[in-house]
Design a protein around this ligand. Sequence first.
Ligand code: SF4
Ligand code: SF4
Length: 183
Amino acid sequence: MGMFDAWAGFGVTFRTMFKKPFTESYPKKPFVTAPRFHGRHQLNRWPDGLEKCVGCELCAWACPADAIYVEGAENTDEDRYSPGERYGRVYQINYLRCILCGLCIEACPTRALTMTNEFELADHSREALIYEKDRLLAPLLTGMEAPPHPRRLGPDEQSYFLGLPPTGTPDTRVASAPKGEEK
Ligand code: SF4
Ligand code: SF4
């Protein structure tokens, strides 16, 4: 190694000494992800609170890490969790296996499964990293009612789905409907 190589190395050090440091103050200052960052999953709901998941297992088949476990079940008029015939009775995502690739959300035919920007998934036990419906289901928004309950947006499947507003348009019908009354 020649003398000039050493001076070239020192040159890098000197140049860096006068640059503004780039320091993330996480976790004191929350880290803001890119809008389309793949974080924790969410199971979405229809505007009346019924679940969008139909228990088809396509997400589980698409997963390259075998991280999803689904068991579907039949809805009945007395015990209804989704507007159609079936719903996801058991839904688990194992975050010890998940690589957050997003293939499962591409496979979902009802957009029941999407991903949030939440990335703080570390925990102290393996069991805690197997998320079930209680942690994956989207929160109930104004006008939504926790299932089981009858379809509030239409008495049968066809009127339920045909009556939905276009994507992105807020639905105000359920919020104004009296509770317990099927529309
Ligand atoms: S994000 Fe990828 S690895 Fe994680 S559950 Fe979905 S398909 Fe599997
Ligand atoms: S999340 Fe989507 S793909 Fe997975 S079981 Fe439910 S409806 Fe099917």
